[in-house]
Write a protein that binds this ligand. Structure first.
Ligand code: ADP
Ligand code: ZN
Length: 807
C-alpha cells in the first residue's frame, strides 16, 4: 500500500484471478472505511491473516507488472536499511499517475480529439469533463454508477484523453531553442550560387548567409539562430525575412532534447593517463563490483565514463548515470546527447508526471530510448531490467541523500545495492571523494583508481591564502575585499578574463542586530534570526519562508539602531558595483535562480561573457566548465570551517577544491585566493597543496577519537511537536529506553541549534552503532523501542523521524 504502514496487507482473490495476477502489477483495493488505493502485488500466498478478515480486491489494473522483482528486492532493502515502510519507498519510486486513489483529480487533455477510440464508459467520463473542469475518482464512480472505475481511468490515461492533475510537482515547461538550416530549395550548388547572386542586392542577408556557412563548418547540423545573429551582428528580423523567403528553414528544438541523431559524434579518443585509468577500472571490475575513480577536476572523467558507457551498450545492457540535481543542466545533457543521441533519457524531478511515466515505461519495455538514464537521486528507483553499469558522478555531493520525506535514502549507497542486485558495475567518480567512500576503498571493499593529470596537462590552480586578520589590522580591507584580492581581480579584468567569487551565504547579511540592546529580530515560527535582504529591504527566514519589511526601530528597545552584521552574496555584489562600476557583475544564489530558467540564463550569460564577475553560493561548485575564468576568490572560508557538524572540515576541503577547479581550465594556470582569519588552519593548508590524503588521514584520526562515521554508524531520532513539554517528556522517555539498550552510545536528547522550525519544537537523539555489532539487530531494537513509544497514548501525536546515516 502506498501508505506509511509497517505491514503488508493480504486481500482475497479468486482462483482465476490468482492465475492472472502478476507480482509487481497494480490492484485497486479498499482500505479503511471507504477509501480506495492503488496497491502493488507483492506476493501470492494461501495463508489467511489471523488479525483481520481479508477483503476482496476491487480490480486488477495491470496485465503485466509495472514493478520488477528486482525493484521489490531493492525496496525491501531500502525499507529495512533506512528503517522506513515499503509504502514510503513505493510512493517515492512510482510516478504519481500510477497511483490513482479516491482523492486523485483528473482533468481533460484539451489536445485529445480521437473520440472514436473511446469506449462508451470512457466517453461518458470524457464528456463529463467538458462540463466540470476536474473530477475526483470518487465522482467518476458516481457517474458510472459502480465501484472499481480505476481501470477505466487508467485506460483514458493511456489513450491520453485525460491527465492527472498535478498538485505536488511544478509542471516542467521545456524551453525551445531555434535553429535554422538551408531550405531544400537550395541543396544544389547552382541554386546556391544563384541565390547568393540574388542576395547581392540585400547585403545584410548576404552577410548572414556567409556567416551561416562559416558557422556550419561543413557539418550537417543546423545552426543556432542565436549564434547566427551574434556572428553576423544583425537582428532576428533579418533571419526571419530569410525564413519567409524560404532560404532558411526554421527548426524549434526542445533545449533538453537537442540531438540530431543522424549526426551523433564518435566519442573522443582518450589520452594516455585516461587510457591507463580506463584499463585499471576494467581490471577492478573483474574482481569487484564497485570502483572509486579519484580524478582531479578537469581530468576528463566524463570522457572515461563515455567509453565505459559505450562498451556497456555494446553488450546490450542499460546504463544509469547519476548526477547531483543541480549539475543536471543542459550543458552535461547536451554533451552526452552528442555522443548517444536519443538512446539517452533524462529523468528529472522537474519533469512532469507524463514525462516520468514515459521514462518508466520505456525502461520496462526495454525500449531503445531508455538505454542510458541520466538523472538525479530518484532515478535510482527506476525499473531497470538489464542494468550493466552505474556511474555516480560527484559521489561526495550531499544532494544524493534525501532528508525529507521518508525514505531518507542515500542514492549513492542505494546505487551500490542496485548494482549488486543486477550484478552491474558501479563507478563512483569524484575529485574530492567523501571520507566514507575513500575509507571503503582503503578497506578494499571498493576498488580504487587515481587520475592525477588534468586534460591537456593544464596545471592545477595556484592557491593563495590571504590573511584578513592581518589585513584588517593594517587597514588594507575595502568592505569585504582585501587589497590582494582586489589586485588579482583588476589583473584578471585587464586581461579580459572572468572572475568567480564564492560566498556561502545568500542575502545581504545574515543577521540584523540592534547596536543598542543587541537583540536580533527572530522568526516567529522558528528559533532563528531573520536574514536581511537588501534588494527588497526585507527580513526573511530561510527555514520557513516567513518574511517582513525591515523595521525602522528595534522591536525590543525601539531605538533606530538596527545594524547589518556579517555579509552575504547580495552585499558582495553591491560592493563590487561600487569598486568596479564599469564591470558587469552577476549573482547566482537561491534567490536569483528561483525562476524556471534563472539558473540556465545566468550560466549562459556568463558563458557568453555578458558577465565579468559572477558572485555565488555553493551552486557555483557543480561541474561548471568555463574556459575564460582565470581567478576564483573565496571571500571567507571561516564560516564553513566553523560549521557545527563533524563533516565541516571535510566539506570545506571539498568545497574549496571544487570551486578552485573552476579556475584556469584552459592553457593558462588559474589563480585562487582564499580569504581567511585562520591561514594556518590545517584544512586550508591541505587545500593549497591539493593534499587529499593528508586531509583524509587527519579526518580519520579525529573520527576515530570521537567515534564518528565511517567508523560507527549514526542513527538520528528526531521528535517534533507544537507543545514543548510534550516533546520534551517524550524525548526523555525515548532517550532512557535507548540508553537501556545502547548505553553510552546514545547522545541526547538535545535541542538542535535551531530548536523550533515552523512552530514545532524539536528534540534530537543520536545513536552511534559501532561497526562490530550487528546492524540488523540494533535496528530491530530501535524499532521495538519506537513501537512501544507509539503504544503510549500520550506520545502518539508526537512526530518521530528515524534517519539512518543521517549525515
Ligand atoms: P572532469 O569531469 O574530470 O572535471 P571533464 O570531463 O569535464 O573533466 O573534462 C574537462 C575538459 O577537458 C572538457 O572540456 C573536456 O571536453 C576536455 N577533455 C577531457 N578529455 C578529453 C579528451 N580525451 N579529448 C578531448 N577533450 C577532452
Ligand atoms: Zn521561520
Amino acid at each position: 500500500m502506498p501508505l506509511p504502514l509497517q505491514k503488508l496487507f493480504t486481500y482475497r482473490i479468486t482462483a482465476a484471478e490468482a492465475d492472472f495476477i502478476k507480482i509487481g502489477a497494480r490492484v485497486a483495493v479498499p482500505f479503511g472505511k471507504s477509501k480506495i488505493y492503488t496497491a502493488i502485488v507483492y506476493e501470492k500466498h494461501l495463508e489467511e491473516p489471523k488479525a483481520y478478515e481479508a477483503k476482496e480486491i476491487y480490480q486488477i489494473l495491470d496485465e503485466s507488472p509495472i514493478v520488477t522483482e528486482i525493484q521489490l528486492k531493492q525496496w525491501e532493502w531500502i525499507s529495512s536499511y533506512y528503517m522506513c515502510s515499503l509504502g514510503d519507498v513505493l510512493r517515492a519510486a512510482l510516478p504519481k499517475a500510477f497511483l490513482l486513489e479516491s482523492e486523485t483529480l483528473v482533468i481533460k487533455n484539451n489536445l485529445f480529439e480521437e473520440e472514436s477510440i473511446l469506449t462508451d464508459e470512457e466517453y461518458l467520463i470524457w464528456e463529463a469533463l467538458e462540463h466540470q473542469s476536474k473530477l475526483k475518482i470518487q465522482d467518476i464512480g458516481k457517474i458510472l454508477d459502480r465501484k472499481g472505475v480505476l481501470s477505466v481511468v487508467n485506460s483514458l490515461l493511456s489513450k491520453e484523453a485525460i491527465e492527472v492533475k498535478e498538485e505536488i510537482y511544478e509542471q516542467y515547461k521545456p524551453k525551445y531553442v531555434k535553429y535554422v538550416q538551408l531550405h531544400q530549395n537550395y541543396q544544389s550548388e547552382e541554386s546556391l550560387h544563384s541565390l547568393l547572386d540574388d542576395l547581392s542586392r540585400a547585403p545584410k542577408q548576404r552577410e548572414i548567409m556567409l556567416c551561416f556557412f562559416q558557422l556550419k563548418h561543413g557539418s550537417k547540423e543546423p545552426v543556432l539562430v542565436q549564434d547566427l545573429i551574434k556572428k553576423s551582428n544583425t537582428t532576428s528580423g533579418i533571419v526571419q525575412a530569410l525564413v519567409k523567403k524560404e532560404v532558411f528553414e526554421l527548426l524549434q528544438v526542445r533545449e533538453d532534447r537537442v540531438s540530431f541523431d543522424t549526426d551523433t559524434r564518435p566519442i573522443l579518443d582518450l589520452n594516455d593517463p585516461q587510457l591507463k585509468a580506463l584499463a585499471e577500472i576494467k581490471a577492478v571490475f573483474k574482481k569487484k563490483e564497485v570502483c572509486l575513480l579519484h580524478g582531479v577536476t578537469s581530468s576528463g572523467k566524463t570522457e572515461i565514463y563515455s567509453h565505459l558507457i559505450s562498451e556497456t551498450l555494446e553488450q546490450g545492457k542499460q546504463v544509469l548515470y547519476l548526477l547531483p540535481e543541480i549539475a543536471l543542466t543542459t550543458h552535461i545533457i547536451n554533451r552526452l546527447q552528442h555522443f548517444y543521441g536519443d538512446k539517452i533519457s533524462v529523468f528529472h524531478s522537474r519533469y512532469s508526471v507524463d514525462e516520468r511515466v514515459e521514462v518508466w515505461n520505456n525502461l520496462l519495455l526495454r525500449s531503445n530510448k531508455a538505454q542510458i538514464i541520466l538523472g538525479a537521486r530518484s532515478s535510482v528507483l527506476l525499473p531497470f531490467s538489464n542494468l550493466g553499469l552505474i556511474i555516480v558522478d560527484e559521489e561526495h555531493e550531499t544532494s544524493f541523500k534525501q532528508f525529507e520525506p521518508s525514505p531518507r535514502y542515500h542514492a549513492r549507497d542505494t546505487a551500490v545495492m542496485l548494482g549488486y542486485l543486477h550484478k552491474a558495475n558501479v563507478l563512483l567518480g569524484s575529485a574530492t571523494p567523501s571520507v566514507e567512500t575513500f575509507y571503503n576503498s582503503r578497506q578494499s571493499k571498493y576498488g580504487y583508481v587515481k587520475l592525477e593529470t588534468r586534460y591537456g596537462n593544464v596545471q592545477l590552480p595556484e592557491i593563495e591564502l590571504v590573511d584578513i586578520k592581518e589585513k584588517h589590522r593594517k587597514k588594507r580591507m575595502t568592505g569585504h575585499f582585501s587589497d590582494r584580492l582586489l589586485t588579482l581581480i583588476k589583473e584578471a579584468l585587464a586581461e579580459k578574463e572572468q572572475v568567480i567569487l564564492f560566498q556561502n551565504r545568500r542575502g545581504f547579511s545574515p543577521v540584523v542586530e540592534c547596536s543598542t540592546c543587541g537583540v536580533a529580530p527572530q522568526c516567529p515560527n522558528c528559533d532563528v534570526s531573520l536574514t536581511f535582504h537588501k534588494f527588497n529591504n526585507e527580513l526573511r527566514c530561510h527555514y520557513c519562508g516567513y518574511q517582513q519589511a525591515l523595521p525602522k526601530t528595534c522591536p525590543a528597545c525601539e531605538n533606530p539602531t538596527l545594524d547589518a552584521k556579517g555579509f552575504g552574496t547580495e552585499q558582495i555584489e553591491l560592493e563590487l558595483k561600487e569598486l568596479f562600476p564599469e564591470t558587469k557583475v552577476g549573482r547566482m544564489d537561491l534567490d536569483t535562480t528561483r525562476g524556471k530558467y534563472g539558473y540556465q540564463k545566468l550560466l549562459r550569460s556568463f558563458h557568453d561573457h555578458e558577465i565579468d564577475i559572477l558572485v555565488g553560493t555553493q551552486m557555483l561548485t557543480k561541474g561548471l566548465d568555463f574556459k575564460n575564468v582565470s581567478l576564483v576568490g573565496v571571500l571567507n572560508a571561516d564560516n564553513l570551517l566553523n560549521f557545527p557538524d563533524f563533516r565541516a572540515h571535510e566539506r570545506t576541503y571539498q568545497l574549496m577544491v571544487q570551486v578552485s577547479g573552476r579556475a584556469g581550465r584552459d592553457q593558462k594556470r588559474g589563480k585562487v585566493a582564499i580569504q581567511t582569519f585562520n591561514p594556518y588552519h590545517q584544512i586550508l593548508q591541505q587545500v593549497t597543496i591539493h593534499d587529499y590524503e593528508a586531509m583524509y588521514q587527519d579526518q580519520m584520526n579525529e573520527r576515530h577519537q570521537f567515534s564518528y562515521p565511517p567508523l560507527v554508524r549514526l542513527v538520528r531520532i528526531v521528535l517534533k511537536h507544537k507543545d514543548f513539554i510534550k516533546v520534551d517528556t517524550a524525548a526523555n522517555w525515548m532517550g532512557k529506553s535507548l540508553v537501556n539498550s545502547f548505553g553510552d552510545q546514545v547522545l541526547g536528547p538535545t535541542s538542535p541549534s535551531i530548536g523550533r522550525i515552523r512552530n514545532k519544537y524539536i528534540k534530537s537523539i543520536l545513536i552511534k552503532l559501532p561497526a562490530n555489532i550487528s546492524l540488523k539487530q540494533s535496528k530491530d531494537q530501535i524499532q521495538r523501542i519506537k513501537d512501544s513509544f507509539m503504544a503510549i497514548a500520550d506520545f502518539r501525536p508526537v512526530q518521530v523521524i528515524v534517519d539512518v546515516d543521517c549525515y
